[in-house]
Design a protein around this ligand. Sequence first.
Ligand SMILES: [Zn+2]
Ligand SMILES: [Zn+2]
Length: 629
Amino acid sequence: MEQINNNENSAVKKRLPRRSRAAAKTGLRAEERAEKAAVKRGALKPARAEKAVAVRKSKETIKTEPDSVRTDKRRRTERNQKAVKIIFLGGVGEIGKNMAALECGNDIIIIDAGAIFPTEETPGFDLVVPDITYLLENSKKIRALILTHGHEDHIGGVPYLLKEIKVPVIGTKLTLALVDNKLREHRINDVKMQVVTPGQTIKLGCFGVHCINVNHSIAGSLAFAIDTPQGVIFHSGDYKIDLTPVAGEPIDLKTISEIGARGVLLYLGESTNIERSGFTMSETVVGATLDRLFAENARRRIIIATFASNVHRLKQIVDLAVKHRRKVVLSGRSMLNVVEAAEKIGELEIPDDVLVDISRIKNLRDSETVIVSTGSQGEPMSALTRMANGDNPSITVGANDAVIISASPIPGNEKLIYKVIDNLYRKGANVIYESIKNIHVSGHACCEEHKLMHTLLKPRYFIPVHGEYRHLKKHAQLAEELGMPENRILIPDIGNCIEITAKGGLRRLEDVPSGARLIDGEGIEDEKASTVIEDRRQLAAEGLFIVSVAVSGCEVVGEPAINSRGFVFDFHRDYNKEMREVINRAISGYDLYRGSVDELKRTIKRALKNYLYKKTKQSPMIVPVVVEL
Ligand SMILES: [Zn+2]
Ligand SMILES: [Zn+2]
């Protein structure tokens, strides 16, 4: 990891002559210093002193500055008055692929570069990431990518962004360790990465990004208070308020309230759990529940499925394993990856005699084993799903297993996970899942926490983010309930470009190019322009016909060969014969002198399509192939 030299002061130093450098250092001139001393002695009241300085400064502006300095200053003020634009490229109106950009003058910073997993609407793809056309068009302005935390919906798109735009990446230790894993997988080198810690401020062009510690279901999560020429924009990241976190510090409410007291122009607040009332429970309550379950299942083998990235959950499981004299076996690729990354940076520690490699699992007794596995969402290829299906090469589930699913289904995953639970029960295992209280707690703030955040920040404007439309709407309503006028709230959509100025407020500008890019292996498809999705849907729903005809010289020879896949026939009819007749009729005496191969293909396609629709009411995909002999 290369470090960015981000010392903006060095540039300032070079430009200023030595005397002004000294003045810049103290920020005060001699008479100001005398005045300050007077205030210290009590000889001058602070308010009066400030006023005196202000009056003198304004006089100076009029009297002493040469024209060039004045123009410089005016230019500077003009530049400072440039509006800030907020551009949403993902993560609004959906939960996933979070990406936003802040732009002011010649500077852009990108906040997060997430991915989302494909749905039935995008069959067969591996991953979906935001369309970054706007960023490509403005790549010269981009100062950095800043990451709130290491979840997939915030970092999953980083490799795809970096493949096209070389931009420094800034985040906490764990976030960057997880990004580093991805970059190695994609063989991306020479990326400048800068580790930040809460409390640090990074200068990026005209933006000053202040990092604030928040609690979430992954360690090293940040909120950002971003100083812009128009005022402070506060981005919550994903957060919850955990006053008794398993490790690390509680969310930095003190700094947040100080920032609020100084004035926040715009708040961009996450909205995931806005539908839930009350407060999110502390992560430590999960430890207490698991402790009880370890005791209750003392003779059984324990298998716990959880999110690999929840390092603090893993830490609690390891601690309990030590307490209950069990060995820890890790199962699933992402589990191994995260543990490796977390151990490397000291975020997690598993004693050597506690961790046992999965290849040695047969040497362990049930009562001394705890398996920590991926698959808490029923992901088809995950370790837990394979255990449930009986095709996990290392672990066979049986009657003496207690399977604890320490997660709740992400909306949309319910079917998958319930199928896994059913199959585990069929194998005789005791399955313990969400119906048991406090087996899992969310990483996102509930209503009361949101109210607290709004109250501390007291923003002038508010834009809800990180949620489906109803979440954003509900979050907007909550802001109104807290007294914010409706005209200071805006619900964004992907592609929206919103301008904000301290004086003029929020304004919607024309949308920027946006959408989704679909990743399949090494291939990338633009969702809007893609015919692949439509093809795949058609193939899945209606099947496929391949019609091959042979051409010799300029004439069609022989009979057409017809192959189909995934098409349902009425077995009472001889379709093959009829189809051959239809095609023969369409191309009989076809002369390539007058037409072309493409035209011949189109003729075959049209004839077969009409026939099949008329006779079967189906529209399979038809692929004509012309073979020249
Ligand atoms: Zn998150
Ligand atoms: Zn998130």
